[in-house]
Ligand binder design. Structure first.
Ligand code: MRU
Length: 414
């Protein structure tokens, strides 16, 4: 069973329950946090307890649904003073402010902004709280369902595209791929974006493997994914805590590497590295892409070594307004997230790494300092990869490549 970042219990549409997996505690602790209000949504998004552009948008939208659900509850409204519930007009005004507040939680990923724009227009067109609540319920259900379906399409589109290009080059061997950022089930409604392509490639690889032979052989003399190199990547080493965790969970052969060893790994890998698949937080009109810090340097190294570099993202990650990457606001994280490492205390007994437990048998979390406390730091969460370095943009609609002038035409996605 795949990992689940959002639990959305919706069998009773008037009594929806939502919990999100606290990704800051992974990989040693799986703990779900309940969401009841927009403040709860804001907090888990801002603190990075929920991560990944699609998951952030879904949790944001769900938090609006939950707050609206509370407003339909007479016991709740009778004991609060935050909303003036005497009529729809003041509720609508307050909700408009609340959407703006929620949007300020994370600025770079466009999915949250796209979802809140949709909710804002629902709000604008609704005549009462009950119909708003009901429409936001339908909207969030659709958002989650479509994300999951589109990820599978994207995964298969990307895998098919790479395998065909390799066949066209007459490459018929095992290969490896690189990946950066958190793009799997934890970052989405399931399956993932860049990690979704890797999942589809791995499914294809298993189908091409003759399991009856030892060592296992390729059945068909065709290219086959044999290994994945996820990068460890900040903030909070999301590649090691989340991406490697998902790959290990799904038993996809992988080796975690530091972001500073990309070039040397490409040069020395026994299995040739043929592609890099990365996610996106915002793709602007010319194809420039904001994604996890380190993506830009990965793209430059891929170009240097002749490795194909693909961005994988759903249409919800498209910013159809901003023209180029220069218009993207890149979020900076707090210096403490750089100067301190937070994680589970490990009882490293004889090389067996187990979490140290407290008196309630729960893993103990700890922080250690890894930089002078007064050192100045620069800690951007993302960077922007210029479209020149991107070979293809993989979406649920297909794989977009550049024309002979080196430009993407993404009109079909706007
Ligand atoms: C799933 S698409 C890519 C991601 O949204 C992104 O770059 C990523 O790695 C996760 O971002 P995060 O900053 O951890 O929320």
């Amino acid at each position: 069973m795949s990992l689940q970042s959002i639990i959305f219990e919706k069998s009773d549409r008037t009594n929806v329950l939502v919990q999100v997996l606290d990704q800051l505690l992974l990989p040693y602790t799986s703990k779900y946090v309940p969401i009841y209000t927009i403040d709860d949504g804001y907090t888990v998004i801002k603190n990075m307890q929920v991560r990944g552009a699609p998951a952030i948008a879904m949790v944001g939208a769900l938090s609006v649904l939950l707050e609206t659900q509370l407003l339909t509850n007479k016991n709740f409204t009778a004991t609060q003073f935050f909303y003036d519930v005497s009529s729809w007009a003041p509720i609508r005004t307050r909700l408009t402010e609340r959407l703006e507040f929620l949007l300020s939680s994370r600025p770079t990923a466009v999915n949250l902004s796209n979802a809140l724009k949709d909710i804002s227009s629902i709000l604008h067109n609704c005549e009462d709280l009950t119909s708003f609540n009901s429409e936001v319920f339908d909207y969030t259900c659709k958002l989650l369902d479509e994300d999951s379906t589109n990820n599978k399409k994207m995964g298969d589109n990307g895998a098919e595209y790479l395998l065909k290009s390799l066949e066209m080059e007459n490459f018929a061997e095992d290969f490896a791929v690189l990946t950066i950022c958190n793009t799997g089930s934890l970052a989405t409604a399931g399956y993932g974006t860049a990690l979704g392509v890797i999942r589809s490639l791995w499914k294809d690889s298993v189908a091409k493997t003759d399991l009856s032979q030892s060592p296992k052989k390729i059945k068909s003399g065709k290219p086959r994914l044999a290994h994945v190199y996820p990068l460890e990547t900040r903030p909070y080493n999301q590649g090691s805590r989340l991406t490697a965790y998902e790959l290990v969970h799904d038993e996809i052969p992988c080796t975690l590497i530091t972001d500073s060893s990309i070039a040397y790994r490409i040069k020395t890998s026994d299995v040739p590295i043929k592609a890099a698949f990365v996610g996106a937080d915002r793709i602007v009109r010319n194809g420039d892409t904001a994604n996890k810090i380190g993506t830009y340097q990965l793209s430059i190294l891929c170009k240097q070594f002749g490795i194909k570099f693909f961005v994988v993202a759903p249409k919800t990650t498209i910013d159809s307004v901003t023209e180029t990457g220069d218009g993207i606001i890149v979020e900076e994280r707090k210096p403490e997230e750089f100067k301190l490492v937070t994680g589970t205390l490990i009882d490293n007994n004889g090389g067996i790494m187990r979490p140290a437990m407290n008196e309630n048998n729960e893993p103990i979390n700890a922080q250690v300092g890894i930089a002078p406390p007064n050192a100045q730091v620069w800690n951007p969460s993302f960077d922007v990869t210029p479209h020149e370095f991107i070979d293809g943009i993989v979406t649920e609609e297909g794989v977009f490549v550049k024309n002979s002038q080196g430009n993407f035409d993404l009109q079909a996605l706007f």
